[in-house]
Design a protein around this ligand. Structure first.
Ligand code: SF4
Ligand code: SF4
Length: 348
């Protein structure tokens, strides 16, 4: 399977995606805009709170081509962060006291400078989260030592596993992904990840396999823990339940499956002001592979840069960035439905 970009798909364009989202909510479904919803909750314009997460997307290259991917990542994507831009990220970090650096992709490990970057961030004394898709560990012998590398650098590992069986996982992420993910989880457990006393955190991410909102995060965590331990002897710390955001390949899936209207209606009707107050863009800055700055990874994929004169990580200025308003659009309904959704799971 190819990425939308490589197959010349109309939805590879962020302008086309934003046009579709706005048209659907306002004209077709006649639902209130996200801006109006925020205003009615007393949250517009959406202001940042204290910056605590520096999220860096080190490239769109990935060994997988998952159906729901909001990055439109895959082996055919060549956008990769250079070491020069990584150095600019390090210089930006040195100007702040923020503690958490969240590395994402694509498969971040496929960036040739990934290990150097991790070691340098740790040298600055910051906590590092890596969004590891698990199968990368099994994809090539050169990645097999990643669990040990993570352990040495005390990395927090966050990994997608849409479900605890092969059927649902493989349907969303590709044939054989579940089996490889289980093997990778065993390797992570073997060096201490997910084990109570080790301090090495291993968190899993669940996202629905269809056009519905996730169930209770606590209930899903209990189920995942029981089944993964009983059937495979696998342990992990927390499960994050994430709502699929109607962007890129998931947007394409919604349209192709005839679920687009119903899903958008579901998201809008489930708007939760408490979740809106806790959206992750308020305490996060997101850096793209080319150093451009965004409010979150979703805005990054929609080419919605931060509304600030500071647009690139080389000019990073936390005070000026704190004065911006977050850029919003109709996809934001995905973060504010029900219990809310963020890279760290529910928000309300
Ligand atoms: S969802 Fe993650 S693992 Fe899947 S293609 Fe996208 S970046 Fe890769
Ligand atoms: S999509 Fe991004 S900007 Fe919109 S609410 Fe979610 S985190 Fe904030």
């Amino acid at each position: 399977m190819k990425s939308l970009k490589a197959s010349g798909h109309q939805l590879a364009s962020s302008v086309a995606q934003l046009g579709l989202l706005e048209q659907e909510v306002a004209e077709k479904l006649k639902l209130p805009s996200f801006r109006d919803k925020l205003r009615s909750a007393g949250l517009f314009p959406l202001q940042p709170t204290e910056l605590s997460v520096f999220q860096v997307n080190v490239g769109k290259m990935c060994n997988q081509v998952c159906k729901h991917c909001h990055v439109d990542a895959g082996p055919d994507r060549k956008e990769i962060m250079t070491r020069e831009t990584m150095q600019q990220c390090l210089d930006a970090l040195a100007k702040t006291t923020l503690q958490t650096v969240d590395l994402t992709g694509g498969a971040p490990e496929m960036n040739p400078d990934f290990r150097w970057f991790v070691a340098e961030i740790r040298r600055l004394g910051r906590h590092v989260i890596v969004r590891c898709n698990l199968t990368i560990i099994m994809a090539n012998p050169k990645y097999r030592d990643l669990p040990e590398f993570y352990r040495q650098h005390q990395i927090e590992v966050v990994s997608s596993l849409p479900f605890y069986n092969a059927d649902k996982t493989d349907r969303q992420r590709g044939k054989g992904v579940f089996a490889d993910s289980i093997e990778a989880l065993k390797l992570l457990n073997a060096v201490g990840y997910g084990q109570e006393a080790s301090g090495l955190r291993l968190n899993l991410v669940y996202n629905p396999a269809g056009a519905f909102l996730p169930g209770s995060q606590e209930g899903l965590e209990r189920q995942f823990k029981r089944v993964l331990f009983d059937e495979f002897g696998i342990v992990f710390n927390s499960l994050y339940a994430i709502t699929n955001i109607p962007v890129s390949r998931y947007l394409d899936y919604l349209i192709q499956s005839g679920n687009y209207d119903g899903y958008m209606e579901k998201l809008v009707n489930a708007f939760n002001p408490a979740a809106a107050a806790g959206v992750m863009c308020r305490n996060t800055i997101s850096v793209g592979w080319d150093g451009q700055l965004y409010d979150c990874d979703f805005n990054q994929m929609l080419d919605l840069n931060v509304a600030s004169p500071v647009r690139h990580v080389r000019d990073f200025d936390p005070v000026r960035l704190s004065q911006r308003a977050v850029v919003i659009n109709e996809h934001c309904y995905g973060c504010t439905a029900g219990a809310g959704s963020s890279c760290g799971g529910t928000t309300a």
